[in-house]
Design a binder for this molecule. Structure first.
Ligand code: MOS
Length: 744
């Protein structure tokens, strides 16, 4: 790599790219310890009931099969105790794999076959026959809505917000209004890398677990408690992750089943899930939002009423921030929201990229478009007129808010021309052309994080923190941060991530990793630099002329300036003056350098403005997205290249949300039926136009120590709505369900 100086803010190519494209990067299913056993999970074919018998004789007769583990013969661990709490799960009673004969969802693991080869395990798994006693179940979302509830114990941020004004009265009095039920189909996580766990038994009996997770320390704590092992006996590694999008936030059942198998058989074990098995458990909840909006004739918002429901399982209460976004982002004197969850006999829905906002912002922004249209207003002008400079729900100022600039700069880049009147007003042959736009909002979060920096006698700087790079560019931005903070070229930096034994770092998620791990690396490098220079000044072996010089550390060299002349030393030499083989520092970054965020009384968000052009074939109803522009205000951008890739990736996902992705439930079986890539459609290259991502200048000295807000999720928020709104502009037809199936 030719990058010498690679400071924050430069478009450095991914430093892990070479390892990935040459196959040198090790993923969770790739370590190959001697004696490895392959575990294949057998899934329940019914949604609710009891296992009466498991016939495994044929499976056991397959050559190479070592064991069939079921609820009858599995070892007993803490996870099976009544008092067990899944620390990574959501409130409720966690599902415990192979606990007993009860079936709670279709796809539930009922057995794991272990064999010397994957092929033998798979063949044997197909030979297992299970007799069930079937109980009635409900997997239909509409039916589940009748049982919607708010759990008695939940995190406070999911409790419906305090109403302001009198929304229903204001709605009744509003001269312009729209109201409707908006719907989002469930969507499944489809990262390239499927869930996989390899458990290695070390010589001292400790477990080294390679897992596809977003948080090695979270899985380490989970396994230690689930298996009643001391924390020191479990090490979790995930140096490379092939995408996760939230599916790796909680420990999936492959983790526990692999570890349980290793415990039972005293052999290293690997359990991987197939693509269809991914469809049994990791999905964004289905959602309905009843939205009513009222405005004056001049387009001034007067009333917001939002009622949202998302699905959960019968045993856990999965909740999201779905209904709050419009109340936060729009100034409107009268607003109220309500949120509940609806239980069905499936596995628990889960976080998926921008959980809550991906649903709530997109559906709300579709409703806002309807209202702007009803007011006879350009939707951009409507947003500029009604958006709030503060968090209107909590009446709190923001650390920064560049939404106006995002709206204006995005519109200029797109060439937004005041929304040519009338659906069907733009046409090219038999294609109708439509323009649509929406705004996006997502939290700008921060979590305390530690990092270690160590300079070694070969003149290299080693950075370590238990962060995960889930394909987001974390390795690269941390190297840039270290390069600038310590003063050393990026090709002399080694970054170590994805190991539970490294300094404490929260699970990668919520778009907080760049801000949090970035700050930790910055502090550790600054601290190391100070320690190094102090040690040099103190050491007897440091030549006097250096001690009397003005010393700086830059580009990986020590510069001593004295009486106008400069002397340069390598770091190796400098380290030898101190007489140490290496020198290191560890620091923990806290929310603010000066203030505690909790005391700041300010809210923190990223903002965006998305503009879209679609072409709709009038006869065939085929929708093509032909242009997407996203103007993102996310504080300081560490690396425009990796950041824009993050936003683009989310926009691809949002295009899937708008037009393609939909998990179809067969209510008779309680199973998502289109569990493969031929039937579950994710956007392909041909579906995606050139996507223009621009970052709006936004200086924010309060949001996090380095002024970073994070970009992993904001691209999801607003993009699907912009596409839906463009389809209306092209066709004159309003769709209130995502994905939009033209003609439906
Ligand atoms: Mo994200 S859904 O916080 O991984």
């Amino acid at each position: 790599m030719n990058v010498v100086s690679a400071n924050i803010g430069q478009s450095v190519p991914r430093i892990d790219g070479f390892a990935k494209v040459t196959g040198q990067a090790t993923y969770a299913a790739e370590p190959h310890p001697p004696g490895l056993l392959y575990g294949v999970i057998v899934n329940s074919l019914i949604a609710r009931g009891r296992i009466e018998a498991i016939h495994d004789e044929a499976a056991r007769a397959v050559p190479g099969v070592t064991e069939v583990m079921t609820h009858h013969n599995r070892p007993h661990t803490a996870l099976f105790e009544k008092s067990y709490v899944d620390g990574l799960g959501v409130p409720g009673s966690p599902y415990r794999p192979l606990h007993d004969a009860e079936i709670r969802f279709n796809g539930q693991p009922v057995a794991v076959v272990f064999a010397e080869t994957f092929e033998a395990a798979r063949e044997a798994a197909m030979l297992i026959q299970v007799d069930y006693e079937r109980w009635p179940h409900n997997a239909d979302f509409d039916a589940a809505l009748h049982q919607k509830y708010m759990p008695s114990k939940t995190r406070s941020n999911y409790v419906p917000p305090k109403s302001r004004g009198n929304a229903s009265e204001a709605y009744a009095l509003s001269p312009v209004k729209i109201e409707g039920r908006f719907h989002l189909a469930p969507e499944h996580h489809n990262p390239m890398e499927m869930h996989a766990t390899t458990v290695i038994i070390e010589e001292d009996g400790a477990l080294t677990v390679w897992d596809k997770t977003q948080g090695p320390q979270a899985v380490q704590a989970y396994l230690a408690s689930a298996l009643s092992l001391s924390g020191k006996k479990v090490r979790v590694r995930n140096p490379y992750v092939g995408g996760a999008f939230g599916s790796g936030l909680r420990a999936q059942h492959n983790v526990f089943l692999a570890a349980l198998g290793a415990e039972m058989l005293k052999r290293p074990v690997r359990v991987t899930l197939t693509r269809p098995q991914m469809f049994t458990h990791v999905f964004r909840p289905e959602a309905v939002m009843d939205i009513a909006l009222g405005a004056d004739r001049d387009g001034t918002l007067q009333s917001i009423i939002v009622e949202g429901v998302t699905d959960t399982s019968r045993f856990e209460h999965n909740m999201e921030n779905v209904v709050v976004w419009g109340l936060i982002g729009y100034k409107c004197p009268n607003a109220t929201a309500d949120y509940k969850i609806a239980p069905r006999d499936t596995y628990t829905s889960s976080d998926m990229r921008a959980p809550g906002a991906a649903t709530g912002v997109n559906l709300f922004e579709m409703a806002v478009d309807e209202l702007a249209w009803a007011c006879g207003m350009d939707p951009l002008a409507f947003r500029l007129h009604n958006y709030s400079e503060i968090d209107a729900m909590h009446n709190m100022p923001l650390t920064s808010n560049a939404l106006r600039e995002a709206l204006l700069q995005g519109a200029e880049r797109f060439g937004w021309n005041g929304y040519p009147p009338g659906p069907g007003s733009l046409r090219d042959g038999r294609e109708l052309i439509g323009h649509g736009m929406a705004t996006g909002i997502w939290d700008a979060m921060f979590s305390p994080t530690a990092a270690r920096a160590r300079l070694t006698s070969d003149g290299r700087l080693h950075i370590a923190t238990a962060a995960s790079d889930i394909g987001t560019g974390t390795y690269t931005i941390l190297a840039q941060t270290a390069s600038e903070a310590f003063g050393i070229p990026i090709d002399r930096i080694d970054i170590e991530l994805g190991d539970s034994t490294l300094p404490e770092c929260p699970t990668e998620g919520g778009s907080w990793t760049a801000a949090s791990a970035g700050a930790a690396v910055w502090l550790a490098c600054q601290s190391l630099r100070e320690k190094f220079l102090k040690a040099l000044a103190k050491s007897e072996n440091t030549p006097e002329r250096i001690k009397q010089s003005e010393v700086t550390l830059t580009e990986g060299e020590l510069h001593g300036v004295r009486d106008g002349s400069r002397e340069v030393f390598s770091l190796q030499e400098a380290l030898s003056f101190i007489g140490e083989a290496s020198i290191e520092a560890e620091e923990t970054a806290k929310p603010g350098l000066r203030d505690k965020i909790s005391e700041m009384r300010k809210a923190r968000f990223t903002h965006s403005a998305v503009f879209c052009e679609v072409r709709v074939d009038e006869e065939l109803g085929i929708v093509r997205v032909t242009r997407l522009v996203n103007a993102v205000a996310a504080g300081r951008i560490m690396n425009p290249k990796t950041a824009a890739s993050q936003v683009r990736g989310a926009m691809v996902m949002a295009t899937g949300m708008a037009l393609h992705e939909e998990s179809l439930m067969d209510e008779r079986y309680g199973r998502f039926m289109n569990h493969n890539f031929s039937e579950y459609h994710i956007p392909s290259h041909a579906d995606i136009p050139e996507m223009d991502v621009l970052f709006v200048d936004e200086k924010d000295e309060e949001v996090s120590p380095l002024g970073i807000k994070g970009v992993g999720e904001i691209g999801m928020c607003g993009t699907a709505a912009a596409i839906a709104n463009a389809i209306f502009h092209a066709t004159g037809k309003r769709y209130r369900t995502l994905p939009i199936i033209p003609g439906a």
